[in-house]
Design a protein around this ligand. Structure first.
Ligand code: AMP
Length: 303
């Protein structure tokens, strides 16, 4: 496995792969890899010839009062996981390599970024789209793999690639969950034991809402009331938002029909967590994508 930290090295490696007729797949991450990331890597491994994992805690996507400095990092562990997954190249640049000076250029996707997580994190998505555009420009991937865990991010990046005719296929991958339903996240490492025990309430709230929709509920306000009621039963969890949106353009819906995103964000202790479920409602038919449980045969998640 190649491990590079210079832009020029990654560019050359990807150029070589493409020149050899290989399909280049990129998995952008901030590291501290877990089974959610590994599922993206596996999707890339199935689909691409030359798999690149990028590991970069991107300062541009953190607000001034956010957790940039204490964001968990473990490059040695990440490299071992990438090696085990058969990754071809890991790109782990320094901040100075990615931003030798403050960028005068940034990529902004309007509308889709203004609410949901964008309301609490007003500069976050510009940071994401700017760094993802840079990674695409450096690696020239045929495909890039993103988790549905960050559903708004996936919608934003998909729209950006479409608007700008970027020659890259954006692939969305299912949410990977712990056995108790908590969506895997590098930030789960922040949770105290008590907060960790309370955190699956978010998934329980989503599941209760899905059950109501499966039972025939089609009124968005009623579905969201169910989410709020379940979350409020757990004092350690403070809901930031619960929203039902069109899955593609993220506009609010009043009545459930078509392809929908039920998304939540909450504070558990000092930690901000997000989760969601994708719903397809067609008359009486309801298909809910609740994600997948982590593979119990895999190595235990990092403590
Ligand atoms: P991050 O390192 O948190 O920036 O995440 C890198 C990529 O992994 C993003 O596309 C995330 O959506 C994805 N990801 C993070 N957690 C999960 C999860 N539990 N299931 C699936 N994908 C995930």
């Amino acid at each position: 496995m190649l491990h590079v930290d210079r832009i020029a090295e990654l560019r050359v490696a990807c150029e070589r792969a493409r020149a050899a007729g290989q399909r280049v797949g990129v998995v952008p991450t901030m590291g501290f890899l877990h089974d959610g990331h590994r599922s993206l890597i596996r999707a890339a491994r199935r689909d691409a010839d030359f798999v690149v994992v990028t590991i970069f805690v991107n300062p541009l996507q953190f607000g001034a009062d956010e957790d940039l400095d204490r964001y968990p990092r473990d490059l040695a562990g990440d490299l071992a996981q990438c090696e085990a997954e058969g990754v071809d190249c890991v790109f782990a640049p320094s901040v100075g390599e990615m931003y030798p000076r403050p960028p005068a250029t940034n990529v902004h996707v309007a509308d889709l970024t203004s609410d949901l997580c964008g309301a609490a994190r007003p500069t976050h998505f510009d940071g994401v789209t700017t760094v993802v555009t840079k990674l695409f420009a450096i690696a020239g991937p045929c495909a890039a793999y993103f988790g549905r865990k960050d559903a708004q991010q996936l919608a934003v990046v998909t729209r950006m690639a479409d608007d700008l005719n970027l020659p890259v296929e954006i692939v969305g991958c299912p949410i990977v969950r712990e056995a108790d339903g908590l969506a895997m996240s590098s930030r789960n490492a922040y949770l105290s034991a008590g907060d960790r025990a309370a955190a699956p309430t978010l998934f329980a709230a989503l599941r209760a809402a899905v059950d109501a929709v499966a039972g025939g509920e089609r009124d968005a306000a009623s579905v969201l009331a169910i989410v709020r009621a379940v979350v409020s039963s757990e004092p350690r969890v403070t809901l930031e938002y619960a929203e039902l949106r069109d899955a593609h353009d993220l506009t609010p819906v009043g009545t459930l029909d078509g392809s929908l995103l039920l998304a939540v964000a909450a504070r558990v202790g000092g930690t901000r967590l997000i989760d969601n479920v994708h719903l397809r409602v067609d008359g009486a038919d309801v298909v809910a994508d609740l994600g997948v449980k982590r593979d119990v045969n895999d190595a235990p998640a990092r403590a």
